[in-house]
Design a protein around this ligand. Structure first.
Ligand code: CP
Length: 320
């Protein structure tokens, strides 16, 4: 297991939320709040990463995570380099470890990695030099720690009493790193009730998501929920689609519509990590409606990633 904290308590890597305690998690959320000024602005730039280099290594597509890490690093005054998997020397046979070593030789301080392969962020973190850091920006179906942080930050902003909340995650939970990281964060914050709602083939194995209640029908799963987190069907992670409903069939049974939302509490918030597939897992009326906090999640993403980078900056070695 990779140690995520230095001996002095500063953050070294962020691979998973699973081993954070409540104090560490809340400290990151509180730090992120300092970068939010009302709904329209982020706080002024800070020099925390001046002279440091942050490399964004994305070996899977991304819009939100990649752009928000870029903005976050820039707002902390870092130099930022971006490497797309398909356009790097990886296609000429270079190993990922050699790619990372090449960037290390150019004095990269922080590696932000997205990968379709489980275990890669921890593996790379185990090989990079002392005083360098790695942040997991999405790993297969397993982990998406900064998404988990921005999700609980968004929930906390709207409904601070997390111990008394009922959160329903709806959709393809089986293939979702977002669901796993959200469940970890909500577990650390001792959420009142966590529900997993979806057709049986899209629900996780029963030995996962300890303590969560499973629903194979939508309406009972939404009843009196305070928070609904909708997820898209991740067909790109499936070996075969046997038993997985078509988009139309899925929308008929599990699509979040304004009518179905009536089962939840009247002040329910609706979340979605994006990208959204409209009229598949969520109707436009709900995605763009008064309960939606999807735009707020995106705004919070920059602040959360600034907080993680700022905490990591404290533990980087050498003078920049
Ligand atoms: N939520 C999320 O990870 O979105 P992207 O794939 O666009 O980064």
């Amino acid at each position: 297991m990779i140690e995520q904290f230095n001996r002095d308590g500063t953050l070294r890597h962020l691979i998973t939320l699973a081993h954070l305690n409540r104090t560490q998690l809340n400290a990151l959320l509180d730090h992120a709040e300092t970068y939010l000024v009302g709904h329209a602005h982020y706080a002024p730039r800070e020099p925390r990463l001046l002279g440091r280099t942050v490399a964004l290594l994305f070996f899977e597509p991304s819009t939100r995570t990649r752009v928000s890490f870029h903005l976050a690093a820039t707002r902390l005054s870092a130099d930022v380099v971006t490497l797309d998997g398909d356009a790097s020397s990886r296609v000429k046979g270079e190993t990922l470890l050699d790619t990372v070593r090449t960037l290390e030789a150019m004095h990269t301080d922080v590696f932000v990695v997205r990968t379709a392969e489980a275990g890669i962020p921890a593996l790379l973190a185990g090989h990079i030099g002392r005083g360098k850091a790695l942040i997991n920006a999405g790993e297969a179906h397993c982990e998406h720690p900064t998404q988990g942080l921005l999700d609980v930050l968004t929930i906390r902003q709207h409904k601070p009493d997390i111990r008394n909340l009922c959160v329903a995650i709806v959709g393809d939970i089986r293939h979702s790193r977002v669901a796993r990281s959200a469940a970890q964060a909500l577990g650390i914050l001792e959420v009142g009730e966590l529900r997993l709602v979806g057709p049986e083939p899209l629900l996780p194995d029963t030995n996962e998501f300890d303590g969560a209640v499973r629903y194979a029908e939508l309406e009972p799963g939404l009843r009196d929920a305070d928070v609904i987190m909708a997820l898209r069907i991740q067909r790109e992670r499936m070996q075969k689609e046997a038993g997985i409903p078509s988009n139309d069939a899925y929308f008929k049974r599990f699509g979040l519509t304004a009518e179905r939302l009536k089962a939840a509490r009247s002040d329910v918030i609706v979340m979605h990590p994006g990208p959204i597939n409209r009229e598949v897992e969520i109707s436009s009326a709900v995605a763009d409606g008064p309960h939606s906090v999807i735009g707020r999640q995106v705004t919070n993403g920059v602040a959360v990633r600034m907080a993680v980078l700022a905490r990591i900056a404290e533990g980087l070695s050498g003078t920049p």
